[in-house]
Ligand binder design. Structure first.
Ligand SMILES: Cc1ncc(COP(=O)(O)O)c(C=O)c1O
Length: 442
């Protein structure tokens, strides 16, 4: 697959031109270790196209991505999935759609709701696995859709932070029966389109989804895709305009070139082979260490250890790994999340396996995981987030209205949202996650 953006940057740098344009480093100044990157770091000069009005090399590269993902349109983001989520929600607002969302959303979604003044109708899991994950029932989505008097959309996070996947095919069928759109936060699942079976949200019928290219592929940090499944859904110009509302007017060409190069990697048979090899290694590891370690189900590239079920403390296991230079994606007392990609090596697996083998737990496992609290909604997310606020100790916050969009749980899934009344359950969960203070409406 061709790489028009990457090639343009290489050609430009090789010509050693006089750069009378931004950036000010002129391809020369800058940190020594970043010199090679600096030479390729340009702005929208002639021939370089322009992301939010793409019609040249960027449009060509996005078309390549679209053909790889089987979408009607794929758009590049240099603002991560965060920008894609803002864009999807703005389009839903422009279409006058009500937003129904599965509760374990990332804070990027909540911030977008504050910015766009979007009220959310929450769908709670029937069974939650800590606050990060849960099992939802299609019947709850159906009941919420049935009750709507105006057009709606359903927003879900899949894979979630633990790697658990929602029933996207079921949700898509349901949404389409009720003329609703299905939006998927697939920030953790850009690789899913390349697994040997169909499991990417677009393949399963989602209307829009975002994939971070930096989480599971080789895109530079901050790169993402916004996918649109069908060309009857929207015109590409509308998506670009919506994206431009939130995105920087100077998207990084280094990031764009990394997305461009990703296409080439994803299109190569070697990539699928490497992915399959890593999948097999993960399976072997799971077989070898079960039942000593209990692994949660879901995306096969997430190796998530259920610390409680494994009778260990997740933070102690993570500390053991880190002492030996193995760094995890996330750990709390209840879970340890280890992420692999096609770039993972035999050495990575061998090192991990040795450390899992010789780990001797000394701390007791957490007794039970928290369920997602269901606090009462008192006012809108935006109203509370933009109100005068004060920070109080969590222990003294009972009955107060939460103002923070971000209750600082590390993976950014909300314990309590701005506009909700803090109750005993919320305080217990905050305590469990070591959160000492919380922002409340004054
Ligand atoms: C589930 C989920 N959605 C969205 C985001 C935001 O993605 P990005 O960092 O690419 O903006 C994250 C980031 O961690 C995430 O975990």
């Amino acid at each position: 697959m061709n790489t028009p953006v990457y090639d343009f940057l290489i050609n430009y740098a090789q010509q050693d031109p006089v750069r009378l344009h931004m950036p000010g480093h002129k391809g020369r100044f800058g940190a020594p270790a970043l010199q090679k990157a600096t030479a390729l770091d340009i702005t929208e000069i002639t021939g370089a196209d322009s992301l939010f009005e793409a019609s040249g090399i960027l449009a060509e590269s996005e078309k390549n991505a679209s053909s790889l993902y089987g979408t009607a349109y794929t758009f590049y983001s240099c603002g991560g999935s965060t920008l894609c989520i803002q864009t999807m929600l703005l389009m839903m607002k422009q279409q006058g759609r009500r937003v129904l969302a599965a509760r374990n959303v990332h804070r990027a979604f909540l911030n977008a709701c504050v910015l766009l003044d979007i009220p959310v109708q929450w769908i709670y899991p029937r069974k939650s696995d800590g606050i990060l994950s849960g099992t939802y029932d299609l019947a709850d989505f159906e009941a919420a859709l049935q009750a709507q008097t105006r057009p709606a959309c359903v927003y879900v996070t899949s894979p979630d932070y633990l790697g658990r996947m929602a029933d996207i095919a079921g949700l898509a069928e349901l949404c389409h029966r009720y003329h609703a759109k299905l939006l998927v936060d697939n920030a953790h699942g850009a690789h899913l389109a390349f697994l040997p079976w169909q499991c990417h949200p677009i393949q399963l019928g989602a209307d829009y989804c975002c994939d971070s290219a930096h989480k599971m592929l080789s895109g530079l940090t901050g790169t993402a895709y916004l996918h649109v499944r069908s060309d009857i859904d929207t015109e590409p110009e509308r998506v670009r305009d919506a994206m431009a509302m939130f995105g920087s007017t100077s998207p990084s060409y280094l990031m764009l070139a990394s997305l461009d190069w990703c296409n080439r990697e994803l299109a190569s048979p070697l990539f699928r082979k490497q992915l399959e090899e890593v999948l097999n290694r993960i399976q072997q590891l799971k077989c070898r260490f079960s039942p000593r370690y209990c692994f949660t189900d879901g995306d096969p590239m997430h190796l998530t250890i259920d610390a409680c079920a494994s009778d260990l403390d997740g933070q102690e296991l993570a500390a053991h790994l880190e002492q030996h230079q193995v760094f995890v994606e996330y750990a709390d007392r209840y879970h340890v999340v280890l992420l692999f990609s096609a770039a993972s090596t035999d050495f990575d697996f061998e090192t991990l396996e040795k450390l899992l083998e010789n780990f001797v737990p000394t701390r007791v496992a957490a007794e039970e995981k928290f369920s997602l609290p269901r606090p009462e909604t008192v006012c809108g997310i935006r109203e509370a987030a933009l109100a005068p606020q004060e920070i109080v100790p969590v222990e003294e916050s009972i009955g107060r209205i939460c103002a923070a969009v971000k209750v600082p749980c590390p993976p950014a899934v909300p314990i309590v949202l701005s506009g909700e009344r803090i109750d005993r359950d919320c305080i217990a969960v905050c305590r469990g996650y070591g959160i000492a203070e919380i922002s409340v409406v004054q």
